[in-house]
Design a protein around this ligand. Structure first.
Ligand code: DGU
Ligand code: CA
Ligand code: CA
Ligand code: CA
Length: 195
C-alpha cells in the first residue's frame, strides 16, 4: 500500500468522471464540510468515481466521512482508508466495480455498502475492525454478484457478507479470515467460501 507523500484537505467531494485520477499516495483529509466520520448518514464522500473511471494511489485520512461513492461502474486501485467513517465505499448506481489493492481499518459498521445492481470484484485486500465487510442495502432484492479473492479480513463484529436478496451471490476465495464472524448472513441465491 501507499506510504504518504504529503497531504491535501478535501472540503468538497473530488469527482473522477473519466480516465484515471492518480492521487500520488497523498493523504486526503476530508474537512468537516463533508462530515465527521461518525455513523451519520448525511455525510458526503471524499471521492466520487463515475462511468468506468479509475481512482488510484489514495490514502484517506482520519476523517473517513462517507468514503468513496461509485456511480455507473469504476475501479479503485491502491486505496488506504486509515479510519473508515460511515462506510468506506458505496456502489451508488448500476455498474461493474473493481476494487484491488486496498486496506481499510476501524469502521464502526460497514466496509462496503451496495445500493445498486453490480458485479463487484474485490481482490488483494486487508480489512481489520469493522461491523461487516459488505452489506447489500437492507430490505432490497436487486441482483448483486460479489467476488472476494486474496483478502485478509479480521475482527468483524458481525461477519463478511450480509444481504436480504434472493438474487444475490457472493464468494470468497484464497483468503485469510480471523475473528471474522459469519461468512454469509441473511438471504442469498448463493453465498460461499472456497478457501
Ligand atoms: O435504506 O438507504 O446505509 O448508503 C436506508 C438507507 C441506508 C443507506 C446506507 C448507506 O441503508 O444510507 O450508507
Ligand atoms: Ca450507512
Ligand atoms: Ca454511507
Ligand atoms: Ca472509524
Amino acid at each position: 500500500s501507499c506510504s504518504s507523500t504529503g497531504s491535501q484537505s478535501v472540503s468538497s467531494t473530488i469527482k473522477v468522471t473519466s480516465g484515471t485520477y492518480d492521487g500520488g499516495c497523498k493523504t486526503f483529509n476530508p474537512t468537516s464540510a463533508l462530515g465527521d466520520g461518525s455513523q451519520s448518514e448525511s455525510q458526503k464522500p471524499a471521492f466520487r468515481v463515475e462511468n468506468g473511471a479509475t481512482l488510484k494511489n489514495v490514502i484517506i485520512g482520519n476523517n473517513g466521512v462517507d468514503g468513496i461513492h461509485v456511480y455507473n461502474g469504476g475501479t479503485l486501485n491502491n486505496i488506504l482508508w486509515t479510519n473508515v467513517g460511515e462506510d468506506a465505499m458505496t456502489v451508488k448506481s448500476e455498474g461493474n466495480v473493481t476494487v484491488t489493492n486496498v486496506e481499510g481499518y476501524d469502521g464502526e459498521d460497514k466496509f462496503i455498502q451496495v445500493n445498486a445492481v453490480t458485479n463487484l470484484k474485490v481482490s488483494n485486500c486487508i480489512v481489520n475492525k469493522m461491523g461487516k465487510f459488505l452489506r447489500q442495502n437492507g430490505g432490497k432484492t436487486f441482483a448483486m454478484s460479489v467476488s472476494v479473492d486474496n483478502c485478509d479480513i479480521s475482527n468483524m463484529g458481525e461477519g463478511i457478507f450480509r444481504s436480504d436478496s434472493p438474487n444475490a451471490t457472493a464468494v470468497i476465495t484464497n483468503s485469510r479470515l480471523r475473528n471474522a464472524g459469519d461468512i454469509c448472513i441473511g438471504a442469498w441465491k448463493s453465498c460461499k467460501s472456497s478457501n
